[in-house]
Design a protein. Structure first.
Length: 392
């Protein structure tokens, strides 16, 4: 069977590409259903984009690469598409946009767009062989126990990265890229919890607090969640993309809180109150109970000198921790690194030295922040490749 375009991967980027590339299109995926990452995202409501999406929200060895695709198909273009399909949505914190209903609405929207474009979808289909031909590409796939020989002029790599292997992630796109001479940058888990091998935070599991997490590269102000294995929550996931093994991180438990002034003022009117009791007004009680074994918090407020209160405030705003590692690809929301952007056109996502070969979405060395940014990259890069193929 011959197609104009075959897309490997029925995720966000692959389905967006299929809806826009025209001609005879086949989308192949080994999963039982399309859009599995879409389905589970945002607690089942899909954080489908972010109002503030821009190049500064993405990591890549070439920070300029994503600019063209993001400018050509913006978050507002996707919001318009969502609106045309009658999907209600709302904004949460920091510009994050979610469906009012279910993430399945986004999947159905993409399937409807694919159907409108005449694209076919084969799920539970495995790639067995792939080679380049003079006219394009030849594939052998297995579907429902049957082998099929396929050919196409254009091949799109949209199989994602290594994150969440239990959902079938394998890094297939990297293997295919290398097969055709494209380089692949080092990959690692990103948007992922930190772990501590000594289990130091087990007793705090479930406690959440607003915090500022930082390292030598950047800083994020969002919620911090203690877990039985370490640290999670938005601020942790964000910082993990900028963290390297063995590095310390700084945890500020009182960002924006004038704790010294508050404690000093309270000392004047309630000096007999225990210091820990007063701290529990500003921090979770379980966290205060934990910290009193690691920081000088004994006695009443009246017992505390200005120097002691200054030191305590400084310690709570500069808690130095060195994670043992991360949860890895098992729970990572995305993979950092991927197919080298130097080998791709930023306008079309086509391989510079392999005509007809495209790479989009998470397979590429472009990784977004937490909060809908990675979906926006999927929409933008998928649209860029799709419209480029349609124009050929």
């Amino acid at each position: 069977m011959s197609y104009d375009t075959i897309i490997l991967g029925a995720g966000a980027a692959g389905m967006m590409c299929a809806a826009n590339c025209g001609g005879r299109v086949l989308v192949i995926d080994h999963a039982k259903a399309p859009g599995e990452k879409i389905r589970i995202s945002g607690g089942g409501r899909c954080n489908f984009t972010n109002m503030h999406a821009g190049p500064g929200n993405f990591l890549s060895q070439n920070p300029h690469f994503c600019k063209s695709a993001l400018a050509r198909y913006t978050q507002w273009d996707f919001v318009d598409l969502v609106g045309r399909h009658g999907i209600a949505w709302h904004e949460k914190t920091l510009g994050q946009l979610f469906c009012d209903g279910s993430s399945k609405q986004i999947i159905q929207m993409l399937l409807d767009e694919m159907a409108r474009a005449g694209a076919e979808l084969w799920v539970q289909t495995s790639l067995r062989d792939l080679r380049k031909t003079e006219a394009g590409f030849a594939l052998e796939v297995e579907r429902e126990g049957q082998r099929h020989d396929l050919t196409c002029r254009n091949l799109v790599l949209a199989t994602g990265g290594k994150s969440i292997p239990k959902m079938g992630a394998t890094g297939l796109a990297y293997d295919i890229a290398r097969q055709f001479g494209l380089r692949v940058t080092d990959t690692r888990a990103a948007l992922v919890p930190f772990t501590f091998s000594d289990g130091r935070f087990k007793e705090l599991s479930g406690v959440s607090v607003p915090a500022r997490l930082s390292n030598v590269r950047t800083s994020f102000d969002e919620a911090l969640l203690f877990t039985h294995r370490g640290l999670s929550g938005p601020s942790v996931l964000q910082l993990s993309s900028y963290w390297r093994e063995g590095e310390a991180i700084c945890v500020n438990l009182i960002p924006g809180l004038p704790l010294f002034d508050l404690l000093r003022d309270q000392r004047q009117v309630g000096g007999r109150k225990a210091l820990t009791t007063e701290l529990a007004r500003h921090l979770p009680a379980r966290l205060v109970e934990y910290l009193k074994h690691h920081l000088p918090m004994n006695g009443n407020l009246a017992d505390q000198s200005d120097v002691a209160l200054t030191d305590l405030s400084a310690a709570l705003s500069d808690w130095q921790l060195t994670p043992s590692g991360t949860e890895g690809y098992r729970t990572a929301e995305v993979t950092l690194g991927g197919i080298d952007t130097d080998d791709l056109s930023s306008k079309t996502m086509e391989a510079r030295d392999v005509p007809g070969l495209y790479a989009i979405g998470e397979a590429v060395d472009v990784t977004g922040w937490l909060g809908g940014y990675n979906f926006q990259w999927a929409w933008s890069s998928g649209h860029a490749a799709g419209t480029a193929i349609a124009a050929r």
